[in-house]
Design a protein around this ligand. Structure first.
Ligand code: TXA
Ligand code: MG
Length: 319
């Protein structure tokens, strides 16, 4: 049964179709990375501007050289250590990588996802697939197959049913061409873990003057449709009753809000919180409240990756 599905998905890719691809982070919208017509469909389906580059997903480290060149020993070290897993490396692109993937830049993003269905499909297909998250541009990333059909319904030819994603937020992106390496997007693989494996310093993008295009770095990304407010625990305690009544709250502490408030309590460890946050925001969105009010997460490396997404999703409105 599963083999048939993988064969069918590989055939769709060969014919230039789009696949909803489960990964360990979020679901992707995948197309053959060598087929320009298929890749254009990704941009149309998502409503994504063409100047945002795509990550190529591969099923084996042997495929790296098809897409990237001048790969340093340190970059290889990260691949061997973390792949398959939630780490995307930005590398110098091979000449033949299509411009639609790189948005005209000299670099390419590569990753090997850690999900059995994704790995089976990539092996069966035998080539890289380009896949952004399978959501409408700027919206929440999907963390289960149903979310993908909610986002893209008839625009995707087949969604592989891979269950709920294990990590819940997008991969860490590291620019592996610079010295030191620079983290462009934080994720489950944290700065200190990377530094430990490399045995050298790694910078966060904020610590550099890099102007690389990372679409998740636009304001108002990863956002639900309902306006999201990100408030500290003390701000939450002091809200007007009118706002309290019109909002749905997502908290993680033991804060007690008045009885009439709609409250979703998420786990207070970062790993479990990340698994649930997009799903909870999606559910909150369906309730058509006036506001989604999220309690600001605590400090901590993985929490910082979550905070990054929430800050981008938040509306800059004064109450
Ligand atoms: O976890 C993930 O990375 C998911 C799953 C599906 O693999 N993918 C994902 O793709 O989040 P997307 O396109 O939604 O976000 C990828 C980010 C974008 O912000 C894009 O601009 C950036 O990666 N990116 C891709 N190629 C790049 C490059 N060559 N240089 C700089 N940034 C790049
Ligand atoms: Mg995305």
């Amino acid at each position: 049964m599963e083999n048939n599905l993988i064969e069918k998905a590989a055939k769709i890719l060969t014919q230039g179709g789009l696949i909803g691809l489960p990964t360990e982070t979020v679901y992707g919208l995948a197309a053959d990375a060598r087929n320009e017509t298929a890749l254009k469909k990704i941009f149309t389906a998502k409503g994504r501007p063409s100047d945002h580059p795509l990550i190529i997903h591969i099923g084996s480290i042997n495929e790296v050289n098809d897409w990237a060149k001048e790969v340093s020993t340190d970059a290889k070290k990260l691949m061997t250590h973390f792949w398959p897993g939630p780490l995307t490396l930005i590398l110098k692109k091979q000449d033949q990588v299509l411009e639609i993937i790189t948005a005209g830049q000299d670099s390419v993003g590569l990753r090997m996802p850690n999900h059995p269905l994704a790995l089976s499909l990539l092996k069966q297909f035998g080539h890289g697939v380009a896949a952004p998250s399978a959501n409408q541009f700027g919206h929440l990333s999907p963390t289960c197959a149903e979310d993908v059909s909610e986002e893209l319904s008839n625009k995707v030819d087949l969604i592989l049913p891979g269950g709920q994603t294990e990590i819940g937020i997008e991969s860490t992106i590291i620019d592996a061409r610079t010295h030191p390496f620079v983290i462009l997007r934080q994720g489950a693989i944290t700065k200190s873990t990377l530094e430990h494996v490399l045995n050298q310093k790694v910078l966060l993008k904020e610590q550099t003057d890099s102007n690389l295009k990372v679409s998740g770095n636009l304001l108002n990304h990863y956002a639900p449709r309902t306006p999201l407010l990100l408030l500290s625990t003390s701000e939450l305690k002091n809200l007007d009753q009118e706002i309290q009544n019109q909002a749905i709250f997502i908290i993680h502490s033991n804060l007690s809000l008045p009885k009439q408030c709609k409250v979703v309590t998420l786990p207070n460890d970062a790993k479990s919180y990340a698994q649930e946050i997009y799903k909870s925001l999606r559910q909150a969105d369906r309730q058509k409240a006036k506001w989604i009010i999220v309690e600001k997460p605590p400090k901590g490396e993985f929490w910082d990756a979550i905070l990054d997404r929430l800050q981008k999703a938040a509306k800059k409105i004064a109450l």
